[in-house]
Design a binder for this molecule. Structure first.
Ligand SMILES: O=P(O)(O)O[C@@H]1C[C@H](O)[C@@H](CO)O1
Ligand SMILES: O=c1cc[nH]c(=O)[nH]1
Length: 294
């Protein structure tokens, strides 16, 4: 796969089709027996994802309006995630943090498998805290760093620590950055820190608990900046690792809501917030339209 250092794509689980032909995607609320997955999802080329269900409904509706393609109803049959489809693009929210994201990704990968989709591209469109970049910057991630500042995603399986690489597709990243430039969207590239929580894990001073000093927060942010980290969110290592393992091209495109060097509270006027939220959408939509001609 282009741009990947790790060329070893992992085959899907050997027990998956052999033993369980009647696979049910529990958190999507449907399975191979309950809906015609190939008919509904078989033409998917892009899976766009991000945390909030409301934002992803909005993105799907905006995309439908812009391309004159019909937006599906919410295809999810559970209240855990929403799934909208606009032609070749699926819009699925993933909740907050890697545990929720990992469930959504596994079920999305199985969904694509059952639908017969060969090489879907996965793009995370999200929000983040900037590290030395002005609010409103769209960071297209060059890599994902975990809370111990290593470029791996750690899973604990059967009591053992397993570390997996977190590479992202460089060709896709470069193409997204080029579109951003063309559209006059403020784009930066850099590493993304995947924190385990929003408050202490991101060294905020505005949580309920705080047993470190202000100076340590700034030392940490400066250290991140020196390591090439430009933003902080809570999903990038898992997203990069899972998509890389499956051999799917993927990218992370997150707008920064604030510069963490200047503060911790996210308090943005509504209009400004919507404009920021729109930036990753505008960039990714322009890219998808360029690639598909829709
Ligand atoms: O994609 P979103 O904007 O939901 O992701 C970031 C990271 C956390 O999940 C959440 C914290 O506010 O926002
Ligand atoms: O500061 C921020 C903003 C959004 N999401 C995060 O995880 N951190």
């Amino acid at each position: 796969m282009t741009g990947y250092v790790n060329g070893n794509v992992e085959k899907p689980n050997k027990y998956f089709d052999r033993k369980d032909k009647r696979d049910f995607l529990y958190h999507f609320g449907f399975g191979v027996d309950t809906i015609d997955i190939p008919a509904i999802f078989g033409d998917t080329k892009y899976v766009c994802t991000g945390g909030s269900p409301g934002r992803f409904k909005l993105y799907a509706e905006w995309f439908a309006k812009e391309t004159n393609i019909k937006c599906s109803e919410n295809l999810s049959r559970s209240d855990r995630f929403v799934i909208y489809k606009t032609g070749p693009v699926c819009w699925i929210n993933h909740g907050m943090g890697t545990p929720s994201l990992s469930i959504m990704l596994v079920e999305s990968f199985k969904l694509m498998h059952h639908a017969g989709v060969k090489n879907p591209t996965f793009i995370r469109l999200g929000t983040s805290g900037g590290v030395g970049v002005p609010p409103g910057t769209v960071v297209v991630s060059t890599g994902a760093v975990n809370s111990e500042l290593s470029e791996t995603y750690v899973q604990v399986i059967a009591g053992k620590r397993i570390e997996r690489p977190t590479q992202l597709d460089s060709t896709l990243r470069e193409a997204l950055c080029a579109v951003g430039k063309e559209k006059n969207i403020p784009v930066e590239t850099g590493k993304t820190l995947c924190a385990d929580d929003f408050y202490e894990g991101q060294m905020r001073l505005d949580g309920y608990f705080c047993d470190y000093e202000e100076e340590s927060k700034f030392d940490f942010l400066r250290k991140l900046n020196t390591l090439g980290v430009r933003n902080i969110e809570m999903e990038s290592t898992c997203f990069a690792s899972f998509t890389c393992r499956a051999g799917f091209a993927s990218a992370i495109v997150c707008v920064t809501l604030l510069n963490r060097m200047d503060g911790d509270q996210v308090q943005i006027p509504k209009e400004q917030y919507i404009e920021y939220e729109e930036r990753p959408f505008r960039l990714v939509t322009a890219y998808i339209r360029q690639q598909t001609g829709i």
